[in-house]
Design a protein around this ligand. Structure first.
Ligand code: NZQ
Ligand code: ZN
Length: 388
C-alpha cells in the first residue's frame, strides 16, 4: 500500500432530525451568514423553512444567494463574493446538491482573496483561507459535503474545471437522508451513476496490494447497485436513501484513494461533455463508463475486470478471463441503462462528433496520461465515438 496523509476535518451529523443542531453550529461560526441554494427544490420540500427557522433561533442574519444551476457557473460565484464583501459575511451555508455546495466553496474561498474567483481553478492559485462552510446536502451524488473538491463552469469559454484543496472541506455537514426523499427517480439514477464512477475511478488501478480498500470499494459499489433501484421506486425508503447518502461520502472523501496517484479517466472526459453541452454529470458518466472499460481492457489489466465482475456482480471466476471481463462490462450496461433507465448513447441525447477533437484535447490536459490506462487525445476521441 502507498503512503498517504488522511485528514477529513468535516464534522458530520448523520440521520433523521439532525438539523436540530444547525442553530448551535451556525452560531459557532458567525452571525452574518450567506445562504446558498438552487432553483427552488428546498422551498417546495420545506427545507428552506427549517433552515431559516434555525438561523433565526441562532440569532443569525441570512443573505440569500439563490438560483444555482446544475453545472454551476462562475458568474454566480462572483455575485456571491460581492455579497460577502458588502454584507460582511462571516460564514457560508449551502443547502442543496453538489452544484450548490461547489458554488459555496468557490464563494467561501473567493471572499478571502483579491483577484477574480475564476483564478481559483488554477493550481497556481494558493487557497489557504476560506470563510467557514456549513452544508446541508439534499442529494446523494457528488459527496461534495465531505470532500475537498469543487467544480465550476464558464459557459463562455466552454470550461468546466475542478479544484481540490484542503481548505475546501466544509466545517460541518448535516446528512439527513429524509432531505433526499424528494429527489426525482431521474436524478437518483444519475447521482447513483456518479457515486459508482467515483469508486470505479479508484478501483480500476494497476496497484496490487490494496485488499482492504478493494473490499471497501466492492462493498460500496454493491450498496449503490442494491439501493439505487429501490430509492427510484420508493423515494421515501429511508434505508435506501441512507445507504446511498453515506456511500456517496465514502466514495470520494479520500478513504478509498489510499495514496494512489493515478489520474481519473471518465471524469475529465465527462466534464468536457457538460462544459460543451450542459448535460447532467451522472448521465455523461453513465454513457462513458462502460465504453471506457471496453476501450482499456487488455492482457495487463484483465485481472482487475475479473475481480470486479466476480466480487461485484457475482460472475464465474473459473471461465476465460476476457469472457468474464466482457460479461462484467455487459452487467454495468444492464445496470445503468436497463435498471436505472439512463440513456445509453450520446446520439440519444443529441450530441454528435462535431466537437470531439477539441473536447479530447482539453480532457487530455487534465492528466489522462497518468490514468489507469494512458489516454491520449486520439484515445479520448475513440472512446467518445464508441458512445455515439
Ligand atoms: O436546484 P434545485 O431546485 O435544488 O434542484 C436540483 C437540481 O435541479 C435537484 N435537487 C437536488 N436536491 C433535490 C433536488 N430536487 C428535489 N429534491 C431534492 N432533495 O437536482 C438537480 C441537480 O442538482 P445538482 O446539484 O446539479 O446535482 P449533483 O449533486 O449531482 O451535482 C452535480 C455537480 O457537481 C459536480 C458535477 O460536475 C456537477 O457540476 N461534481 C462535484 C464534485 C465534488 N465537489 O467533489 C465531484 C463530482 O464528480 C462532480 O464533478
Ligand atoms: Zn462525479
Amino acid at each position: 500500500m502507498n503512503s498517504f496523509t488522511y485528514c477529513v476535518p468535516t464534522k458530520v451529523y448523520f440521520g433523521k432530525g439532525q438539523l436540530e443542531h444547525l442553530s448551535e453550529e451556525l452560531a459557532a461560526y458567525g452571525r452574518r451568514i450567506l445562504f446558498v441554494y438552487g432553483g427552488g427544490s428546498i422551498i417546495k420540500n420545506g427545507l428552506y423553512e427549517k433552515v431559516t427557522a434555525a438561523a433565526e433561533k441562532a440569532g443569525c442574519t441570512l443573505t440569500e444567494l439563490s438560483g444555482v444551476k446544475p453545472n454551476p457557473r462562475i458568474d454566480l460565484v462572483r455575485e456571491g463574493v460581492r455579497l460577502c464583501r458588502e454584507e460582511k459575511i462571516e460564514a457560508v451555508l449551502a443547502v442543496g446538491g453538489g452544484s450548490v455546495i461547489d458554488t459555496a466553496k468557490f464563494v467561501a474561498a473567493g471572499a478571502c482573496m483579491d483577484g477574480d474567483p475564476w483564478e481559483l481553478t488554477s493550481p497556481h492559485t494558493a487557497v489557504e483561507k476560506t470563510l467557514p462552510l456549513l452544508t446541508v446536502p439534499t442529494m446523494a451524488a457528488t459527496g461534495s459535503e465531505m470532500d475537498a473538491s469543487a467544480v465550476i463552469s464558464n459557459p463562455e469559454t466552454h470550461d468546466k474545471i475542478g479544484r481540490t484543496v484542503q481548505a475546501f472541506y466544509p466545517k460541518v455537514s448535516f446528512l439527513d437522508p429524509e432531505n433526499t426523499f424528494t429527489v426525482s427517480a431521474r436524478q437518483t439514477a444519475c447521482g447513483s451513476a456518479d457515486i459508482l464512477s467515483h469508486i470505479m475511478e479508484e478501483y480500476f488501478t494497476m496497484d496490487e496490494d490494496l485488499y482492504m480498500l478493494d473490499c471497501v470499494m466492492e462493498g460500496l459499489m454493491k450498496t449503490v447497485i442494491r439501493y439505487a433501484p429501490i430509492a427510484m421506486k420508493e423515494p421515501d425508503n429511508y434505508e435506501a436513501r441512507a445507504n446511498l447518502l453515506w456511500a456517496s461520502e465514502w466514495a470520494i472523501n479520500g478513504l478509498i484513494e489510499g495514496g494512489k496517484r493515478q489520474a481519473w479517466s471518465c471524469h475529465p472526459i465527462e466534464h468536457e461533455l457538460s462544459a460543451y453541452y450542459d448535460i447532467t454529470h451522472g448521465l455523461g458518466l453513465a454513457i462513458l463508463t462502460p465504453r471506457w472499460m471496453e476501450y482499456c481492457l487488455d492482457e495487463k489489466n484483465v485481472s482487475r475486470y475479473v475481480q470486479f465482475g466476480v466480487n461485484v456482480f457475482g460472475l464465474d471466476a473459473a471461465q476465460d478471463p476476457f469472457e468474464t471481463a466482457r460479461e462484467a462490462i455487459e452487467k454495468m450496461k444492464e445496470f445503468l441503462y436497463d435498471t436505472l433507465g439512463i440513456e445509453s448513447s450520446l446520439t440519444e441525447i443529441g450530441i454528435d462528433d462535431a466537437r470531439f477533437p477539441e473536447m479530447a484535447k482539453k480532457a487530455y490536459r487534465r492528466g489522462l496520461v497518468f490514468a489507469f490506462k494512458t489516454l491520449r487525445p486520439k484515445d479520448v476521441e475513440n472512446i467518445l465515438r464508441m458512445c455515439l
